[in-house]
Write a protein that binds this ligand. Structure first.
Ligand SMILES: [Zn+2]
Length: 255
């Protein structure tokens, strides 16, 4: 069986009326297990200075893409339990927030699986992002158009764009990044170098690994654990303890 739960960066995408309860259950479970919550940047810092020890339980809650439910569903719960989180915002999704038709077209193309389950996908507005920042939520970069960075040649714009945008529109300096699609083939060494040059300090994958024993020396390849819809109780426990790590290892070996 799997060992005890360890420190994790968890990934969520969209919360709806049903999954918001499971999200709250996850938070209660983590609190009961003694997890301390930090932002993605703080997690990266703890990990890379090697101050994360095996018996510490640190958790960073992250949301990818920046859908409106981070504000409408997640924020009230994060405030209720006074825990920080991080949102990796896709710029195009934010820019289309008052254009439902445009968002629909984008969602169909870029987030087909999410779009199948959630027809009302929409990005965060400017005021909602301001409120998130005011409530201690960290904002991270997630490119402009959500490309596969392992295959695109104009990655400079995709990485520098969010840094410039948040600096000029929000006076906010983003320091963390999440790779779209997040697997090993979705970035290159050149992309990592560019992230560093743009001022990002840490970058996160979408694949899972026990961060205490691997990858701690790679600030631009930090693992995260995806929480699928409907994960609760014992299933959530095994996810924290490493069930997803094995799965991700198998999937990554296949290539
Ligand atoms: Zn994404």
């Amino acid at each position: 069986m799997f060992k005890a739960p360890v420190s994790r960066v968890l990934v969520y995408h969209v919360l709806d009326d049903r999954s918001v309860h499971l999200f709250e259950e996850n938070i209660i479970y983590l609190l009961r297990k003694g997890y301390r919550f930090v932002t993605a940047r703080e997690f990266g810092r703890l990990l890379t200075v090697k101050s994360l020890t095996a018996n510490m339980r640190i958790c960073a809650i992250t949301f990818d893409d920046g859908f409106k439910s981070v504000y409408t569903k997640a924020l009230p719960i994060l405030k209720k339990y006074r825990i920080p989180a991080t949102v990796f915002i896709n710029l195009d999704l934010h820019r289309l927030h008052d254009n439902p038709k445009g968002t629909e077209l984008m969602a169909e193309k870029i987030f087909p699986r999410l779009y199948k389950r959630h027809k009302d996908l929409i990005g965060l507005s400017k005021q909602e992002i301001v409120d998130l920042i005011d409530n201690g939520i960290e904002i991270g970069g997630h490119t402009i158009t959500h490309p596969d960075l392992g295959r695109t040649t104009n990655y400079f714009l995709e990485l520098a764009g969010p840094v410039q945008f948040f600096s000029s529109a929000f006076n906010y300096h983003i320091k963390t990044f999440a790779y779209p699609y997040g697997r090993k083939h979705n970035y290159t060494d050149e992309v990592i170098q560019e992230l560093r040059d743009c001022g990002y300090e840490y970058a996160f994958l979408g694949i899972s690994a026990d961060p205490q024993y691997s990858l701690w020396d790679k600030p631009y390849e930090l693992p995260r654990t995806s929480v699928p819809d409907g994960f609760r109780g014992g299933k959530f426990h095994s996810l924290l303890a490493g069930s997803q790590d094995l799965l991700d290892r198998l999937l990554n070996q296949e290539r």
